[in-house]
Design a protein around this ligand. Structure first.
Ligand code: AP5
Ligand code: MG
Length: 191
């Protein structure tokens, strides 16, 4: 299986590039943010809990996310591979992912770390906020999402360096230029 972790700050292009990767490689996509937003829309128990965290720009607790992910992963049992978007975001989540994949006889193939300047992240998210309807695309929540990213999530890059899976991707430029860099990184592990 070709299992890709797409990683980066809020607004770095994880969702945008995931769509292109899916088309090119025929993978399944799991975005924990999208799953949580669907739970919120359906007003499930998980959705109600998640809402408070998401609107403050904070992370939803690891145990809730890991349980949720295990269920989604089971629904993709016959997949050629999965692109994990917005997960893992903490070391416990990364360890849980490794354990879940190992149990299924597979592992993370590569972690793509999108590098985007802070000014550009804020610009992209404010622009998207005009049309997205996302309750976290406002300046105050964007600031806390970026802070949480730097404190809690960015350190995860070192975990994947240790696993020998980390590839930094220059995430500035046009969507096509960035996708070209991503393809090179995927093709290097998908021989
Ligand atoms: P999540 O939904 O994952 O949001 P995020 O990480 O903040 O990232 P975004 O989805 O905002 O950005 P993106 O990197 O996908 O960029 P996109 O392609 O859209 O998580 C939301 C919340 O859910 C979290 O804050 C947390 O509360 C909770 N959560 C989720 N997962 C969790 C987990 N594992 N553990 C705990 N809590 C969790 O691009 C952004 C914009 O830029 C778009 O408008 C796009 O069109 C534009 N754009 C993209 N590329 C370019 C480019 N090259 N040039 C110009 N514009 C571009
Ligand atoms: Mg996204």
């Amino acid at each position: 299986m070709l299992n890709i972790v797409i990683f980066g700050a809020p607004g770095s292009g994880k969702g945008t590039q995931s769509e292109l990767i899916i088309k090119e490689y025929g993978l399944d996509h799991i975005s924990t943010g999208d799953v949580l937003r669907a739970e919120m829309k359906n007003e499930t128990e998980l959705g109600k809990i998640a809402k408070d965290y998401i609107e403050k720009g904070q992370l939803v607790p690891d145990d809730l996310i890991v349980n949720m992910l295990a269920k989604v992963l089971d629904s993709k049992a016959n997949s050629k591979g999965v692109i994990f978007d917005g997960f893992p975001r903490t070391i416990p989540q990364a360890k849980a992912l490794k354990a879940m994949l190992n149990e299924r006889g597979t592992d993370v193939s590569v972690m793509l770390n999108l590098q985007v300047d802070e000014d550009e992240l804020v610009k992209r998210l404010l622009e998207r906020g005009k049309v997205s309807g996302r309750s976290d695309d406002n300046l105050e929540t964007i600031k806390s999402r970026l802070e949480v990213y730097h404190k809690q999530t960015a350190p995860l890059a070192d975990y994947y360096v240790g696993e020998g899976k980390h590839v930094a991707i220059q995430g500035m430029g046009t969507i096509e230029e960035i996708f070209g860099r991503i393809k090179k990184a995927i093709d290097a592990v998908n021989k």
